[in-house]
Design a protein around this ligand. Structure first.
Ligand SMILES: *Cc1c(COP(=O)(O)O)cnc(C)c1O
Length: 466
């Protein structure tokens, strides 16, 4: 593609994206495709000769777009949102055009320094204390793995490799937490799931007992993970109590606030971070709720030296004259090559300002509370967890129905009927073993009418099931 064609095509692509974002709400949220259907519509082998852009783009529209799930649809209520925004998209375009690789300061000084500045701005916006140093990771899963490897190495440095290292997170913690413990080589018996209370938050008293029991048998508590906003129900683990126990046991304390941390841009949500100053590390995902398109996960550490003890490398071919004066982010995580993600976060933070981000979070929390209120007021419906942020967990409970497979199936069919509308998309979880419908409000363009539509669809589904 020559520069003249590139310029014309680039304008065409931006027009396409602008049209898409304006009209995505008219599309069916989730496509009707069978497994393998998209693959079958594509040639099995690559072309020998390069093809014209028109042909490639025509196939994009004909084959690929119909197989997409529209995460930026205003009727998106599944999982947690992975939201985006026009300024973020524009920055991403620039990033692709620049295609710099932020391995080290030297490989693009502005990439490293903007990452430091943008992450310090975000730290201030969510009220994390000074003394936390940020780095962007691709996902919270990677950030947590980084934390757990740091924790393991710190424990090994203290006690050597013989004792069993133990690991603690609540039974409601994200799958990535337990995956990280497994990947870091914790023994299955040393990976402890701490029981939760009626609000699905970790019981600090149970953690205290487990720590004591494990220390009594000679195990070494290496890592404790608390969650601010669990994935199933946005439960808020008590950070101060957990952090105090972790510190007393000599364990590394990591806080997973992948989703919930974003809400702290609004001061009325800061109480959930009480005790966060005890944390050794903290992760929040701007790619979930802060308008920065995937991927952009903000990982903060108290002690970069400790982090670098696990991750720093310095082969001859990577040495630079600036090494003694600068931060080389390759030493702050697993990959060597690094995308210039800070640019999109910086564009977003400047475009929206603290005020714009607070307004976004407040509107989503308001919509979730509104929906929770409808559920609470409606006979035959039941809310299954507190809704402190943008998520409502609920189900239909006809009078006299016992817990069990029948009730679960009834709600599974309600969820299927809601989603069959194509207008909205919700997902499910289980809470205390029972099938639970989740309404996760977090898409940038979601309005009250979309939330009302879910409630109408849910009630019609019940009528339809008879
Ligand atoms: C979404 C989520 C994660 C995983 O986030 P990725 O960035 O997709 O790895 C981890 N923890 C919690 C609490 C989450 O909600």
């Amino acid at each position: 593609m020559d520069p003249v064609e590139f310029r014309a095509r680039a304008h065409q692509m931006v027009d396409w994206i602008a049209d898409y974002l304006e009209t995505v709400g008219q599309r069916q949220v989730v496509p009707d495709v069978r497994p393998g259907e998209i693959r079958d519509a594509l040639p099995a082998a690559p072309p020998e000769q390069g093809e014209a852009f028109d042909r490639i783009f025509a196939d994009f529209e004909r084959v690929i777009v119909p197989g997409l799930t529209h995460w930026q649809h205003p009727g998106w209520f599944g999982y947690f949102a992975s939201n985006s925004s026009p300024p973020s998209v524009l920055a991403e375009l620039l990033v692709a055009g620049l295609a710099v690789n932020g391995i080290a300061w030297q490989t693009s000084p502005a990439a490293t320094e903007l990452e430091q500045v943008a992450l310090d701005w975000l730290r201030q916006l969510i009220g994390l204390p000074e003394g936390f140093h940020g780095v962007i990771q691709d996902t919270a899963s990677t950030a947590t793995l980084t934390a757990v490897l740091t924790a393991r190495d710190a424990a090994w440095a203290r006690v050597g490799r013989s004792p069993v290292l133990s690991f603690y997170a609540s039974e409601e913690a994200h799958s990535s937490i337990f995956k990280a413990a497994r990947l870091a080589g914790f023994m299955p018996e040393g990976i402890r799931r701490v029981a939760t209370d009626e609000s699905f938050a970790m019981r600090a008293g149970v953690l205290r007992e487990m720590l004591a029991e494990d220390q009594a048998r000679g195990w070494v508590p290496a890592c404790v993970v608390a969650t601010v906003g669990t994935t199933s129900s946005t439960a808020l683990d008590p950070l101060r109590a957990i952090g105090t126990l972790a510190k007393a046991a000599g364990a590394f304390f990591h806080v997973d606030a992948a989703y919930g941390g974003a809400a702290a841009v609004a001061p009325e949500h800061r109480a959930m971070l009480d005790g966060v100053e005890l944390a050794d590390s903290f992760v929040v995902n701007p790619h979930k709720w802060l308008l920065t398109n995937f991927d952009c996960s903000a990982y903060y550490v108290r002690d970069p030296e400790l982090l670098m003890r696990s991750f720093a490398v310095l082969p001859e071919y990577l040495k630079t004259a600036a090494d003694s004066e600068v931060v080389n982010f390759r030493d702050w995580g697993i990959p060597l090559g690094r995308r210039f993600r800070a640019l999109k976060l910086w564009f977003v933070l400047r475009s929206y300002g603290a005020e714009g981000l607070r307004a976004l979070v407040r509107e989503h929390v308001r919509l979730a509370a509104l929906f929770a209120g409808w559920v609470d007021a409606a006979p035959g419906w039941q809310r299954l967890a507190p809704a402190p942020l943008g998520l409502v967990c609920f189900r239909h409970l006809p009078a006299g129905t016992p817990e069990g497979p029948g009730l679960d199936e009834h709600n599974r069919r309600i969820l299927e009927a809601i989603n069959a509308s194509g207008e909205v998309f919700l997902t499910h979880t289980t809470l205390r073993g029972g099938f639970t419908i989740r309404l996760a409000v977090g898409q940038r363009t979601t309005e009250e009418r979309h939330v009302r539509r879910v409630w109408d669809l849910a009630r019609s589904a019940v009528a339809g099931l008879g």
